[in-house]
Design a protein around this ligand. Structure first.
Ligand code: PMP
Length: 385
C-alpha cells in the first residue's frame, strides 16, 4: 500500500468529538446519557404503519430521482402553510436525511478555495462537509451574552471576496438558540449586498418553545438565493428512516439534483411514504412531543442554573448549553470527569467549533426522570470540585 492512499481532501477531517464520547460511554454501565442528538421518542405509530403498508403493497422499487410527487406536493403545501414560503413541487428534492441535503449544497455550489461563513458552535458536519467540497469554513463565534444568536456584524466582518455562502443552523444544535427575524433580516441584507448564497439548515424548525420559527427563504427576496435544508429526523422522530429534503429555485436545484442522481439515485421509498403520512397527519404527534420536550427543557435549564452552571434559556431544538468553565475545568475535563465519576454523559462544547469552548451540550431528548437523576449527579459532582 502506498503511504498516502487517502485522497488529500481527507486531510484535516477530524474524527467527530461526539463519537469519541459515545465510544467511552458505551463501555460503561448505568450511564445517563445527555449526549444523544436524536429524539428518544419512537416514530409515531401511524407513520410507521404507512411505511409498513407501502412495503406490503409492493412499493419496494426506486422512486423518481427527485422523490415521489405526492411527498413533494405535501411538503410544498406544508412550507406554505407554516411559513408562507412558496415552493413548487419541482423546487424540492427528497434526500437521504438532512445530511445528504447539506452534502448536495456543499458539493453543488462550493468551489475549492471558496469560503463559507459558519456561525459556531454548530452541528459537527458543517465544517466537515464544506471542507470535503474543497471549501474553507470560516467560523464566526456566537456568544452566550447574545443568547448564542449570530451577530450580523461578525458575519459582515468575515465576508471577503472569496465568500460564497453563509451556512445558518437555527434552531441550533448544540446551543438550542433560535434566530430572531430582525437578526435574520440583517443577514439577508448582507447576502443581498455581497451576492451570497445562504444554506439554511432548518431541521429543528418545529421544535421551538414560546415563539415561532422564522424560515429564512420566507424573508423578502431571499428564496432566490437560499438553499433550504430540512428533514424529518427531529420534528417527527424519524432519524433511522434517513429522510430529508432540500428546497431551492429550480435553476439551483438542477445542479444539486444531478449530484443526488449519481450518488444515491433516490431516497428510500418506504421512508418517503412514511414522511408523506407525517406531513399530512403528523401535527398532533409533533405537538405532543414538543410539549414534553418543553417540560424537560424547563427542568434542565432551572436545574443547571441552580447548581451554579450558567445556562441561557434555549428556545429551540432539544439541547441546553451550560457554561462549565467557571468551575475551573475545561469543557473536556468537565465532561470526562463527569462521565467517569458520576456516569453522566454530555458533550464538550469545543467539539462544535470555536464558539462552544467552555460549555457542555446536554440533550434533554431523554426521560424526565433520567434528567432529574442526571441533575442530582451533576450537582454532587460540582459540589465536590
Ligand atoms: N442538521 C442538524 C443541525 C442536525 O443536528 C442534524 C442531526 N444531528 C442534521 C442536520 C442531520 O440530520 P439527518 O441527516 O438525520 O436528517
Amino acid at each position: 500500500m502506498p503511504e498516502n492512499y487517502f485522497a488529500t481532501r481527507m486531510e484535516g477531517l477530524k474524527p467527530s468529538a461526539i463519537r469519541k464520547f459515545f465510544d467511552i460511554a458505551a463501555t460503561m454501565q448505568d450511564v445517563i446519557s445527555l449526549g444523544i442528538g436524536e429524539p428518544d421518542f419512537d416514530t409515531p405509530a401511524p407513520i410507521v404503519q404507512a411505511g409498513v403498508q407501502s412495503l406490503l403493497a409492493g412499493q419496494t422499487h426506486y422512486t423518481s430521482n427527485v422523490g415521489i410527487l405526492q411527498l413533494r406536493q405535501a411538503l410544498a403545501a406544508h412550507l406554505q402553510r407554516l411559513y408562507g414560503v412558496a415552493y413548487a413541487a419541482d423546487e424540492i428534492v427528497i434526500t437521504v436525511g438532512g445530511s445528504e441535503a447539506l452534502y448536495l449544497a456543499a458539493t453543488a455550489f462550493v468551489n475549492p478555495g471558496d469560503e463559507v461563513i459558519i456561525p459556531t458552535p454548530c452541528f459537527v458536519s458543517y465544517q466537515a462537509q464544506v471542507h470535503l467540497a474543497g471549501g474553507i469554513p470560516v467560523e464566526v463565534a456566537c456568544k452566550m451574552e447574545n443568547n448564542f444568536e449570530v451577530d450580523p456584524r461578525d458575519v459582515e466582518a468575515a465576508i471577503t471576496p472569496r465568500t460564497k455562502a453563509i451556512l445558518l443552523g437555527f434552531p441550533s444544535n448544540p446551543t438550542g438558540a433560535v434566530a430572531r427575524r430582525e437578526t435574520l433580516m440583517e443577514i439577508a441584507r448582507l447576502a443581498e449586498q455581497h451576492d451570497l448564497l445562504v444554506f439554511s439548515d432548518e431541521i429543528y424548525d418545529r421544535l421551538v418553545y414560546g415563539g415561532s420559527h422564522v424560515c429564512f427563504p420566507a424573508l423578502p427576496n431571499m428564496a432566490k438565493r437560499t438553499i433550504l435544508l430540512g428533514g424529518f429526523s427531529k420534528d417527527y422522530a424519524m432519524t433511522g428512516w434517513r429522510i430529508g429534503y432540500a428546497a431551492a429555485p429550480a435553476e439551483l436545484l438542477k445542479g444539486m439534483l444531478r449530484i443526488h442522481q449519481y450518488t444515491v439515485m433516490c431516497a428510500s421509498t418506504t421512508a418517503q411514504v412514511a414522511a408523506t403520512e407525517a406531513l399530512l397527519h403528523g401535527d398532533e404527534h409533533v405537538r405532543q412531543m414538543v410539549a414534553e420536550y418543553d417540560r424537560r427543557r424547563k427542568l434542565i435549564v432551572a436545574g443547571l442554573n441552580q447548581i451554579g452552571l450558567p445556562t441561557f434559556e434555549p428556545r429551540g431544538a432539544f439541547y441546553a448549553f451550560p457554561k462549565v468553565s467557571d468551575t475551573g475545568l475545561t469543557d473536556e475535563e468537565f465532561a470526562s470527569r463527569l462521565l467517569v465519576e458520576e456516569k453522566v454523559a454530555a458533550i464538550p462544547g469545543n467539539g462544535f467549533g470555536a464558539g462552544g469552548e467552555g460549555h457542555l451540550r446536554c440533550s434533554y431528548a431523554t426521560a424526565y426522570e433520567k434528567i432529574e437523576e442526571a441533575l442530582r449527579r451533576i450537582e454532587r459532582f460540582v459540589n465536590r470540585l
